[in-house]
Design a protein around this ligand. Structure first.
Ligand code: NAP
Length: 238
């Protein structure tokens, strides 16, 4: 039976694990960032591998035939490590990357969180920040109010930041109510894509609030990319 390692941390990765079972031995890998993660079916391992060489050693030890990089589109380091380790070991690699958000053409596009931080004060006074807890430090010294929504609390909350903990899925009505409650005049998001968190964009449009979108990092050149669980399943279950 082929062994598939899914690099996870997304809803698609969880769904893929169920779809590839029982025809494959499926191991899902999580980084261990979230305190109470939703667990996929099949085998699960948690924690970093120790860079590309650690991952290569793991691939050999577990006789992995295929790696599916189903990490979040912004987990760039893990994706680069996977590309390097698979090239070194000769293990097949596929990237599962959901499409970005539809209809964000009227937004302010920036390449990084740092660039978003530079832009924010010129666009609003009270920003709803949905880019995760890890990058909140970039916004620390901004002369404005920030509402940060994330899954787990940040270790250090700057004084200009209020935190709400939630993991979605979210509704347009709920997002409008939240933005009104906090008098939000600016939305900051990564171009994560997916339906779980897209409602904020419709809500911002309805309220006439500008949106700052952090664009995705590029995929490693030469690695095949699938946009859906079904596309991956078609290749691996053929
Ligand atoms: P990252 O910066 O690309 O990765 C940093 C390090 O974390 C990697 O070098 C690796 O450590 C470890 N790691 C990351 N993903 C892993 C996985 N699936 N299994 C085992 N180790 C993993 O990653 P990140 O942006 O911090 O994201 C961490 C996890 O959260 C990912 O699994 C991702 O799918 C999920 N996630 C990320 C975001 C986001 O916006 N970045 C959003 C939602 C979910 P070693 O070098 O030691 O192997």
């Amino acid at each position: 039976m082929p062994t598939v390692l899914i690099l996870g941390g997304t809803g698609e990765a969880r769904r893929l694990a169920s779809v590839l079972l029982p025809a494959n031995r499926v191991i899902s890998s999580l980084a261990g960032r979230v305190a109470d993660p939703a667990l996929p079916a099949g085998e699960v391992r948690i924690g970093g591998f120790g860079g590309p060489s650690g991952l290569a050693a793991y691939l050999r030890a577990e006789c992995v035939d295929t790696v599916v990089d189903a990490t979040h589109p912004f987990a760039a380091r893990m994706s680069a490590n996977a590309a390097q380790a698979c090239a070194e070991t000769g293990v097949a690699l596929l990237v599962l990357r959901r499409p970005g958000f539809a209809d964000i053409s009227g937004s302010h596009h920036v390449p990084t969180l740092q660039a978003a931080a530079v832009l924010l004060p010129s666009l609003g006074r009270r920003a709803f920040v949905t880019t995760g807890r890890q990058g909140i430090g970039y916004f620390r010294d901004l002369p404005m109010f920030l509402l940060l929504r994330c899954v787990d609390p940040p270790e250090d909350v700057p004084s200009n930041v209020d935190v709400i903990l939630d993991r979605g899925p979210f509704t347009v009505d709920g997002e409008i109510a939240l933005m009104r409650q906090y008098d939000i005049d600016l939305l900051v998001t990564k171009d994560s894509g997916g339906s779980m968190t897209a409602a904020k964009l419709d809500a911002a449009r309805e309220l006439g609030i500008p949106v700052v979108v952090v664009d995705r990092p590029p995929v490693t050149p030469g690695v095949p990319v699938c946009e859906s669980v079904e596309e991956v399943a078609k290749l691996l279950l053929a």
